[in-house]
Design a protein around this ligand. Structure first.
Ligand code: NAG
Ligand code: NAG
Ligand code: CU
Length: 179
């Protein structure tokens, strides 16, 4: 009886740990190495178009807080670069924002002229993951941007500790079955 119970507990734990793998959010640094800036005419529209945003993902804005900031705004304010009534304001220079809802999340820099110069980004979390761009470069020849390799690398790095735990649990489970 105890054996069955222990096995059940382990199986449940194993299931939880393996499903945690898929729910860990990805971290997206806005502008990649360029960061959040007006220098170099970074195309944030292009940057965001190459990403496959999911609920739970973390958007990181990295910038010099003396020169820039981050404000989440409505679609109308995003379009008109009007930050007079932002939804939220971030000013640390290293702002991590977790995306918890589907749809568009509009951000702009409220320093005069910066949004007009292109320092604005639309983070769109698609409702259906199945229509999102495939991470495999072979199955999606339409996507020419080489985004998958860093994604894959980061994913495996994230999953490593969980993989180990998963294996440990599997071994423990086998021991219980044998004993
Ligand atoms: C900016 O938006 C606010 C309301 O959010 C509005 O009152 C104001 O007139 C707008 N400013 C411009 C320049 O459009
Ligand atoms: C920003 O914060 C993250 C952790 O939240 C850290 O890993 C990274 O080094 C920080 N970047 C800078 C430029 O401080
Ligand atoms: Cu700015």
């Amino acid at each position: 009886m105890a054996l069955v119970l222990e096995n059940t507990v382990l199986a449940v734990l194993f299931f939880i740990l393996t499903s945690v793998q898929v729910s860990i959010g990805e971290v997206h640094k806005v502008g990649d190495s360029a960061g959040w800036t007006t220098i170099g005419n970074v195309d944030y529209k292009q940057w965001s178009a190459t990403k496959n945003f999911q609920i739970g993902d973390v958007i990181v804005f990295e910038y010099n807080p003396q020169f820039h900031n981050v404000m989440q705004v409505t679609h109308a304010e995003y379009k008109s670069c009007n930050a007079s009534s932002p939804i939220s304001t971030h000013t640390t220079g290293n702002d991590s924002i977790t995306i918890n809802t589907h749809g568009h999340h509009f951000f702009m820099c409220a320093v005069p002229g910066h949004c007009q110069a292109g320092q604005k980004v639309d983070i769109n979390v698609l409702r259906s993951p199945s229509v999102a761009p495939s991470p495999s470069p072979l199955s999606s020849p339409v996507h020419t941007v080489p985004a998958p390799s860093p994604n894959a690398a980061r994913f495996s790095a994230l999953n490593k500790p969980f993989e180990k735990l998963g294996w440990l649990l599997l071994v423990l489970q086998l021991l219980f079955v044998v004993s």
